[in-house]
Design a protein around this ligand. Structure first.
Ligand code: UTP
Length: 408
């Protein structure tokens, strides 16, 4: 463990000495904890917010054709048979990304604990498990489900799922792991304190899932069980089809490193990342990077060239992920960060007040040699719950659930 002097030196190097402001007031245990946190934190990451222009230099963007509904329908039987065979032989696992803070939704509980029911209780986790159970029934066997949480919501998530008997899922097939945390800072790059003896931290983004899975020792289980494909999905899409046999079959048949479920955009300027090639490799261009020129571009059939948005449902070939060498780029994201004010009182801001530093799962796509974008019908498979009302909200998700015959 570093000494107080060493900690001070390390902080000084990055202009963060204020982190020790309350050190003298702390009891021994909390002093040790703070020193340990300083020792374990890569302070150079925070510097990234001072030079955002250096972070994400984009390459040359060209179109990547998606497999569209017509082609999928024509091959549905074949693809489904291949996918089911992979599931039945235990070669498919699922990874639920549930480490996010869901700040836009505004509930203190993990997002999966949100009750989206109206006349009965129907939790987001329950919706997801129900969807997965459809495939379990079709295939006749359970699928290993890896659940990523963070320090902030781990215990609540585990307790909730255990108390509800995993909503009928076999608990032997559910494995939890925690993602890493990263410090958060104000707009000047000063690290916030969330307690007198603790720097503000938040989960380091959903792109850390594979590293965290490995760190938790679960990659050994993946190997032992012979899991070759991992279907990674977000907690907030209540219509999410998980381990979808037809999708799995299509990716296997096309021999791609990764498959990405995509939907046709609502409008050229809709705020979703679109799938493309960047310098000849699969990639996703975020909506704020999508220039008018790209929005207007047409493919060889005269259709919009960048018109398929990702919905955070990817099927990764495990072996190809293990071969990834370089680390993922860092994204600086504006968020609401609880902090101690000058008087040492905890403030929970109502609007963004600083930066978090995240790795994103979509950047993994760019490191893989091949990707199959696979179109799904948005009304059937895409109902994200990001906000309480309006676009991508509890309200819009309820409407879509009803449309799909889910009793609320
Ligand atoms: P979002 O990008 O919507 O982020 O996550 P969020 O933090 O949950 O929500 P806001 O922006 O604060 O409102 C998309 C998916 O990635 C997961 C989320 O749980 C969700 O399934 N995620 C996000 C993580 O697992 N870890 C993270 O660090 C961030």
């Amino acid at each position: 463990m570093i000494t107080l002097e060493q900690a001070r030196e390390k902080l000084q190097k990055y202009g963060q000495e204020h982190v020790l402001k309350y050190y003298e007031e702390l009891d021994d245990g909390r002093r040790q904890a703070l020193l340990a946190q300083i020792e374990g934190t890569d302070l150079s990451r925070v510097e990234a917010c001072k030079h955002p222009e250096d972070l994400l230099q984009r390459g040359v963007i060209t179109p990547l054709a998606s497999m569209q509904l017509g082609e999928i329908e024509a091959n549905r039987e074949d693809f489904t048979a291949v996918g089911l065979e992979a599931i039945r032989t235990g070669r498919v696992g699922a990874v639920l990304l549930a480490g996010g803070m869901g700040t836009r939704l505004g509930s203190d509980d993990p997002k999966g604990m949100y009750n989206i029911g109206v006349t009965r209780k129907l939790y987001i986790f329950q919706c997801l498990i129900n969807n997965l159970m459809d495939v379990v029934k079709e295939a006749g066997n359970f699928i290993h489900l890896f659940v990523m949480t963070s320090d902030k919501n781990h215990d609540a998530t585990v307790n909730f799922l255990q108390e509800h008997d995993f909503f009928g899922y076999d608990g032997k097939y559910v494995h939890f792991f925690k993602q890493e945390m990263a410090v958060a800072c104000d707009y000047q790059g000063k690290i916030y304190l969330e307690e007198k003896g603790k720097m503000s931290t938040s989960p380091n983004g959903n792109g850390g899932w594979f590293v965290s899975l490995k760190r938790a020792g679960l990659l050994d289980l993946v190997h032992k069980e012979g899991i070759e494909w991992l279907n990674v999905f977000a907690v907030d899409n209540v219509l999410q089809r998980i381990a979808d046999p037809c999708f799995i079959g299509a990716v296997i048949e096309r021999d791609c490193s990764v498959g990405a479920k995509v939907v046709r955009k609502n409008a050229p300027d809709e705020k979703v990342g679109v799938i493309c090639l960047e310098d000849g490799r699969p990639s996703i261009v975020e909506y704020y990077d999508l220039t008018q020129e790209l929005m207007d571009a047409k493919d060889e059939n005269g259709d919009p060239a960048y018109y398929f948005g990702v919905i955070l449902n990817y099927l990764f070939r495990t072996a190809d992920l293990e071969a990834l060498l370089s680390s993922l780029p860092l994204h600086v994201v504006e968020k609401k960060i609880p902090y101690l004010d000058e008087g040492g009182n905890l403030v929970k801001p109502t609007s963004p007040n600083g930066y978090k530093f995240e790795n994103l799962v979509l950047d993994m796509i760019h490191q893989l040699p091949s990707c199959l974008p696979y179109e799904v019908v948005r009304e059937k498979e895409f109902a994200p719950v990001k906000n309480p009302t309006g676009i991508d909200s509890v309200e819009s998700a309820r409407e879509l659930l009803r449309l799909n015959g889910v009793e609320l």
